[in-house]
Design a protein around this ligand. Structure first.
Ligand code: LR7
Ligand code: MN
Length: 575
C-alpha cells in the first residue's frame, strides 16, 4: 500500500510500471493519507529486487522532503519583494564610477538584504502541481571570477532560503582566480556560519567558467548537479519542479525561466514564459518566441515543461551520472561562451532532451558587457569556442558560422578529436536531424544554393544589411569580404536571407526590405538566373537593381538585362 505514493508517477511518466502496481494504486489510493516514506523506500527496494521492476532512477538517490518556509519581507528594507532600489541623491557619481567594476550598480546591490523577499511570480496552475514525495538531492555549483560580495551572498542565501532542506546536499563555490580580498579568507569564514555545507574550491590560475564548472562538478555528492551564475536569486518553489522533471526521465536537462534582475535598480522583473532558446548564424544564443507548434504540443498549458532547442547556459540542473555519461563539457573552451550551445546540441543529438520548466523561476543580473578580462582577447576566445562547437556538432552548417566570421577560420581552435570521438561513441544524431526535428523554426536553411556575399557586376558593391533590423531597407556597400552583414544565403525555398531576415518586396518597384523570414514564398520569393545573373522577384517579375549614383540600396525595377541587374554569387554555387 505504501508503494502507492512511491509509484504514483508511474501512470503519467516514463517509468516502467508493472500492471499490478497500477491496479493496486487505483484501488487503494483513497485510503492512504500519511505515508511512511522510509518504509515505502524499503518495500520498494525489495520489490525491485524480487520482482525485477525497473525504475529509471536509483532509489538510493531519492529523499523525502518538506517545502521550505517562505521568506517574509523585512518591512522598510530596500529592494524587498523585488522592488527597485532608489539611490539616495548625491551618490549618482559614485554609482557611475563603480558601475564598471561589476557592470552593475553595486551600491544598489549593497543596500539590499542578502535575505530579501521576492514576489511569487509563478502561474496559478503551478501551485496545483504535485511533485514526487521523493526527489533526488542536488549540489549547487556556482563559479565566479571577481564577483561582488553582495550578489554572491544573495545568490547563496536565496538557495538556502528557498530550497527544501533535505534536497540541498551542498553548495560548491568555485573561485576562478578572483583578485578581490573579500573573496579569500573572509568568504571562507563567512560560509562556515551558514546552515548548509558550503565548499570553496579555487582554480588557482584563471581557467574560465567552463573548466571552473568542471572542477566544481568533480566534488558534487548530490545526485543532481545544479549550476547557477554568481548573481542569481532563486524564487519560491524553484527547485522542486526541476528535480521532479529529472526523476521522471534522468536524461532531461532542465532550466528555470530566467527572470531579469535589473543591473541598475536590482528590481526583479519576470521574464516571459513564451520564449525559448535559439541561436543565430554567428552562434550567439538568442531568445525567440515559442512557436505555436510547441504550444500545441503542450495542449496550450503554459505551466507544462517547454522543449527548448538551446539554453542560455548558466542556470540548469542535470542528473550527475548523466552529466558524465554525456561527456561533461568541452575542456578546450576558454573563459566564456559557446559551452551553452555545445551542451544544447549534445543533449538533443545524443538522446537527451532540454527543457525550460516554466514553474521554476530564478532571477539573474543581466549585464550589457563583461566586467572581467578575457586573457586571450575577447573575439579570439569566443571565435575559438564557437568554432569548436561548429566543428564538432554542426556538420555542413558550420559554414554559416565561418562565413559570418571569416576571422574565425584563422584561429587555432586546438584539437577536437576527443569531442568528435565522443560524438561517435554516443551514437549521436546529425545536425540535420536536430534542425529537422528539434528546431525546424531555426534560421539555418536545410537546403541552399549559395552562401556568401552577393556582388553587383556594375557597381562592384555588395548587398549589405548594414546591421539594420527587420522592417528596414537592405543596403549596398563596398565588398569587404569580412562576412557579417554581407553574408546572404540563397535557399531552395527561393529566399535571399541574412540570418533571420529575408529580402522582401511588397511593391512592384522601389526599395527592398529586410523582413523576418516566413518561409511562405510570396513577397520573399526570388529566383537567381545563373545565365543572365539576374535576381528576379517572382510575384512582381521585377529585377533587383543597383541604381547608378544611388548608394542607399538596391531597388526593384523592370528587368532590362543591364549590368546593374547582374549579381555575382561567386564561388561554391551548388545547383
Ligand atoms: O573566466 C571566467 N570565470 C568565471 O568563473 C568568466 C566567468 N566566470 C563566472 C562568472 O563570474 C559568472 O558567475 O561564470 C559565470 C558566468 O559568467 P557571466 O555572468 O559573465 O556570463 P553571462 O551571464 O553573461 O552569460 C551566459 O552565457 C555564458 C556563456 O559562456 C554562460 O553560460 C553563463 O552562465 C550564461 N548566463 C546565463 O545563462 C544567465 C542568463 C543570461 C542569458 C541569456
Ligand atoms: Mn551571468
Amino acid at each position: 500500500v505504501l508503494l502507492l505514493m512511491y509509484f504514483s508517477d508511474c501512470l503519467n511518466s516514463s517509468f516502467h510500471c508493472p500492471q499490478e502496481l497500477k491496479v493496486e494504486k487505483l484501488e487503494k489510493r483513497q485510503t492512504e493519507n500519511d505515508v511512511d516514506l522510509n518504509f515505502a523506500h524499503e518495500v520498494a527496494k525489495n520489490l525491485i529486487k524480487t520482482k525485477g521492476i525497473s525504475l529509471s532512477y536509483p532509489l538510493s538517490a531519492l529523499q523525502a522532503w518538506e517545502q521550505a518556509p517562505s521568506v517574509r519581507p523585512q518591512i522598510g528594507s530596500p529592494g524587498e519583494e523585488g522592488k527597485p532600489v532608489h539611490i539616495p541623491p548625491g551618490q549618482e557619481t559614485e554609482v557611475e564610477e563603480k558601475f564598471k567594476l561589476n557592470q552593475f550598480n553595486i551600491l544598489a546591490s549593497d543596500m539590499i538584504s542578502v535575505n530579501r523577499s521576492l514576489p511569487d511570480v509563478r502561474l496559478a496552475s503551478c501551485h496545483k502541481k504535485e511533485y514526487s514525495p521523493l526527489l533526488p538531492t542536488t549540489s549547487i555549483v556556482i563559479v565566479f571570477h571577481n564577483e561582488a560580495w553582495s550578489t554572491l551572498l544573495r545568490t547563496i542565501w536565496s538557495v538556502i532560503n528557498r530550497s527544501p532542506k533535505a534536497l540541498l546536499k551542498e553548495i560548491i563555490l568555485v573561485d576562478d582566480a578572483s583578485e578581490r580580498d573579500d573573496l579569500g579568507a573572509q568568504l571562507e569564514e563567512y560560509v562556515r556560519t551558514l546552515p548548509v555545507q558550503v565548499i570553496i574550491l579555487r582554480t588557482g590560475a584563471r581557467s574560465g567558467l567552463i573548466r571552473a564548472r568542471l572542477l566544481g562538478a568533480k566534488h558534487v555528492t548530490g545526485q543532481v548537479i545544479t549550476f547557477l551564475d554568481a548573481h542569481c536569486e532563486c524564487t519560491e518553489g524553484w527547485l522542486e519542479p526541476l528535480l521532479d522533471e529529472i526523476v521522471r526521465d534522468r536524461k532531461t536537462v532542465v532550466c528555470p525561466i530566467i527572470d531579469v534582475i535589473s543591473d541598475n535598480t536590482f528590481e526583479y522583473v519576470t521574464a516571459s514564459d513564451m520564449t525559448w532558446g535559439g541561436f543565430n548564424w554567428k552562434l550567439n544564443f538568442r531568445w525567440y518566441r515559442v512557436p505555436q507548434r510547441e504550444m500545441d504540443r503542450r495542449g496550450g498549458d503554459r505551466s507544462a515543461p517547454l522543449l527548448t532547442p538551446t539554453m542560455a547556459g548558466g542556470l540548469f540542473a542535470m542528473d550527475k551520472d548523466y552529466f558524465y555519461e554525456l561527456g561533461t563539457y568541452d575542456e578546450g573552451m576558454e573563459v566564456w561562451g559557446g559551452e551553452n550551445l555545445e551542451m544544447s546540441f549534445r543533449v538533443w543529438m545524443c538522446g537527451g532532451r532540454l527543457e525550460i520548466i516554466t514553474c521554476s523561476h530564478v532571477g539573474h543580473v543581466f549585464r550589457d558587457k563583461s566586467p572581467y578580462t578575457f586573457p586571450g582577447g575577447v573575439s579570439q576566445t569566443i571565435f575559438k569556442n564557437s568554432a569548436r562547437v561548429a566543428e564538432v556538432w554542426m556538420d555542413e552548417w558550420k559554414e554559416f558560422y565561418y562565413e559570418m566570421n571569416p576571422g574565425s577560420r584563422k584561429v587555432d581552435i586546438g584539437d577536437v578529436s576527443d569531442r568528435l570521438n565522443l560524438r561517435k561513441q554516443l551514437g549521436c544524431k546529425s545536425f540535420r536531424w536536430y534542425l529537422e526535428n528539434v528546431y525546424p523554426e531555426s534560421q539555418m536553411p536545410l537546403e541552399y544554393y549559395y552562401l556568401g556575399d552577393i556582388r553587383n557586376a556594375e557597381s562592384g558593391m555588395c548587398l549589405d544589411t548594414m546591421g539594420r533590423k527587420g522592417g528596414e531597407n537592405v543596403g549596398l556597400s563596398y565588398c569587404h569580404g569580412m562576412g557579417g552583414n554581407q553574408v546572404f544565403a540563397y535557399t531552395k525555398r527561393d529566399q535571399v536571407m541574412s540570418d533571420d531576415n529575408c529580402l522582401d518586396a511588397s511593391h512592384g518597384t522601389g526599395p527592398v526590405k529586410l523582413i523576418r523570414c516566413h518561409g511562405l514564398g510570396g513577397n520573399q520569393a526570388w529566383t537567381y538566373n545563373q545565365g543572365d545573373r539576374s535576381i528576379r522577384h517572382i510575384s512582381s517579375g521585377q529585377c533587383l537593381t543597383s541604381i547608378i549614383g544611388k548608394t542607399a540600396g538596391p531597388e526593384l525595377r523592370v528587368c532590362d538585362g543591364s549590368k546593374t541587374q547582374q549579381w555575382i554569387m561567386k564561388a561554391h554555387f551548388k545547383w
